[in-house]
Design a protein around this ligand. Structure first.
Ligand code: NAD
Length: 496
């Protein structure tokens, strides 16, 4: 069945129609066992529509379709140059539908329309273009070991890849996984987040038009405990790429260990530090640290949620950072209105979680410097919030809040800052603010994180490898790293 939403907003006017079924083997189908999920608009708390929810039986069907497609119409049956063209065709179609995708994402996730158009939909298009370019450039090496022996390496696809994604960048993360998997010749069974399924359905609706053969990409919506578990336990899925919380990541890894030892890539949570030194450009540091924690309402795995500020600049920084926070708080509201700077958290669950952490912070003895309350009467808005007087052992300093909540900590020396920043089980990203180039590089190199930003924050680039140290993940995505992630290397030895 289909669902049409008519938008009449300052940012977008028009009707968008999507199919709410499961997309398996190039067709829209109903789940084997009837089940649905309500999709909620987080800006109002009201139900938008209901979509079909799959089960392990639907995952079985999707894996069978994918396997057949891999053998008959993808992998080596479809040359890289052709795959590259098809990926570019997907990019063209997303671009032609960019406003519709943006409107659905803003409706479903509560993102500001303008930001979602540039960031989420812009990167979705970018992933398909970038990996479309890679599709005919995946090759190995020739190695001669002596005059009678030559070997060469082949970068072979895994076959059926399972992908499980979260709700904070639904379309963008979907494309960041599907594009490199297809470029390298794999076929996909994708499970979007049950909280934000709409853009994945719109995406599925373009695949036939793009010319992607049936079964190459299958989109199975559903809950983690059903569809997610079925993918991570499936004996015929050869590789899994998961983005989400560290708790669920452990379950996915365990499922692989207990079944067929499928290769696992994990992109997990974070509690990323931003370090602001006395010699930083203050206005730039304020601008970027605010983007670091408040972008996407703090619902970013790389959010700069711990801000360490050197004592000489502390008061000035806090003053300006507070002003920046007030500007955002004053412009909180409708994601579709022009000029909105702050939207809702994605769901009631996330809203409750963030408010609970704010409560915990107060009880732990930290000070709410500004914010700390619900914004408005409807929807799931939390005010941008600053905590000061924070101590290293506090939960709000150690745990991922995944909301617009910054903890600010004063430090004296570079050494002390590095030690405090590294005092975390996570290792996804970090930011360093200093106009002393040597210091900035020295500190960035010492911080235990897969991404280091110098004088900027919270902005990934498609060609640059991305992934976590410590408990923030295993493996890498983006750039050439994703080509390695989705291929396995075979050495072929020839006796001449
Ligand atoms: P989550 O772990 O609750 O869910 C992620 C996905 O896993 C969803 O699709 C969910 O349905 C599924 N799932 C749940 N239980 C499962 C199970 N037992 N087996 C298999 N799949 C299961 O995370 P979330 O709340 O959707 O997203 C927020 C988390 O994601 C945060 O911790 C954030 O840091 C992390 N994240 C990481 C990155 C990164 O690249 N490192 C990017 C975005 C988000």
């Amino acid at each position: 069945s289909t669902f049409t939403h008519t938008f009449d907003t300052p940012s977008f006017k028009g009707a968008v129609t999507i199919n709410t079924g499961l997309f398996i083997n190039g067709e829209w189908v109903d789940p084997v066992e009837h089940s649905t999920i309500d999709v909620i608009n987080p800006a109002t708390g009201k139900v938008i529509t209901a979509i079909a929810a799959g089960s392990s039986k639907d995952v079985d069907k999707a894996v069978a379709a994918a396997k057949k497609a891999y053998k008959t119409s993808w992998g080596l049956k479809c040359p890289g140059s052709v795959r590259g063209k098809l990926l570019n065709k997907i990019a063209d179609l997303i671009e032609a539908n960019a406003d519709e995708f943006t409107a659905l994402e803003a409706l479903d996730v509560g993102k500001m329309f303008g930001t979602a158009r540039n960031s989420d939909v812009g990167s979705a298009i970018g992933y398909f273009r970038y990996y479309g370019g890679w599709a005919d450039k995946v090759h190995g090496q020739t190695i001669e070991t002596n005059e009678n022996k030559v070997a060469y390496t082949r970068h072979e696809p895994y076959g059926v890849v399972g992908q499980i994604i979260p709700w904070n960048f639904p379309l963008s993360i979907l494309c960041c996984k599907v594009a490199p998997a297809l470029a390298t010749g794999n076929v996909v069974v994708m499970k979007p987040s049950e909280i934000t399924p709409l853009t994945a359905l719109k995406f599925a609706g373009l695949l036939n038009e793009a010319g992607i053969p049936p079964g190459v990409v299958n989109i199975v919506n559903g809950y983690g405990q059903t569809v997610g578990e079925a993918i991570s336990h499936h004996p015929h899925i050869d590789k899994i790429s998961f983005t989400g919380s560290t708790i669920t990541g452990r379950k996915v890894l365990k499922a692989s260990a207990e079944t067929n030892l499928k290769d696992v890539t994990l992109e997990l949570g974070g509690k990323s530090p931003s370090i602001v030194f006395d010699d930083a450009d203050l206005d730039q540091a304020v601008k970027w640290t605010a983007h670091g924690i408040y972008f996407n309402m703090g619902q970013v795995c790389t959010a700069g949620s711990r801000i360490f500020v050197q004592e000489g600049i502390y008061d000035q920084f806090l003053g300006k950072f507070t002003e920046e926070t007030k500007v955002r708080a004053a412009a909180a509201g409708d994601p579709f209105a022009q000029g909105t700077l702050h939207g809702p958290q994605v769901s009631k669950t996330q809203f409750d979680r963030v408010m609970e952490y704010i409560d915990i912070g107060k009880k732990e003895g930290a000070t709410v410097h500004i914010g700390g309350e619900r914004h408005g009467q409807e929807g799931y808005f939390v005010q941008p919030t600053i905590f000061t007087e924070c101590k290293p052992g506090m939960k709000i300093v150690r745990e991922e809040i995944f909301g617009p909540v910054a903890v600010i900590i004063k430090f004296k020396t570079e050494e002390e800052a590095v030690e405090a920043a590294n005092d975390t089980t996570y290792g996804l990203a970090c930011s360093v603010f200093s106009q002393n180039g040597s210091r900035a590089l020295r500190v960035a190199h010492q911080l235990e994180a897969g991404t280091a930003w110098i004088n900027c924050s919270n902005s990934t680039e498609i060609p640059v490898a991305f992934g976590g140290y410590k408990q923030s993940g295993i493996g890498r995505e983006l750039g050439q790293s994703a080509i390695d992630t989705y291929t396995q290397v075979k050495g072929v030895h020839v006796n001449i």
